[in-house]
Design a protein around this ligand. Structure first.
Ligand SMILES: [Ca+2]
Length: 139
């Protein structure tokens, strides 16, 4: 477990490193595609957002949010990802929307850093951003 400090620049740099970002997004997609059919279903995407913990960062939700409201929110997120309204999210849609979300998070953070407590095996996307920054400063 550790604590990382993340601000808008950290996140933006992460998205800008296209190869690295794409690799991270692709890995995430494969991990989230629980039945390995090459697309993400509504349930898979919801699970994704629960585990990525992007919701807290992006939408400012606290733990007291009622389940109905959460379901509504996850539905609206799914509809955003599912650009062609096919009922599933493919890799291209996932890449595209993850990029938008990360940039929106970056804008939201601006120059006010947030602290995140992370588990060692945390697949949190923002942790990847912090890792990338750390690997640069240590060069
Ligand atoms: Ca699937």
């Amino acid at each position: 477990m550790g604590v990382v400090i993340i601000d808008g620049t950290t996140v933006r740099e992460f998205v800008k490193e296209e190869a690295q970002f794409k690799k991270s997004v692709d890995e995430q997609f494969v991990a989230l595609d629980l039945n390995s059919d090459g697309v993400l279903s509504r349930a898979e995407l919801r699970k994704a957002f629960e585990s990525l913990r992007l919701i807290e960062a992006h939408f400012g939700i606290d733990v007291a949010t009622p389940p109905e409201q959460l379901t509504q929110l996850y539905d609206s997120i799914f509809d955003k990802f599912d650009a062609d309204q096919s009922g599933t999210v493919d890799l291209d849609e996932f890449r595209e929307e993850m990029k938008k979300i990360m940039l929106a998070i970056a804008d939201g953070l601006g120059s006010s850093p947030i602290q995140m407590v992370l588990e060692d095996d945390d697949q949190n996307f923002l942790k990847k951003a912090a890792d990338l920054e750390a690997s640069k400063t240590s060069l």
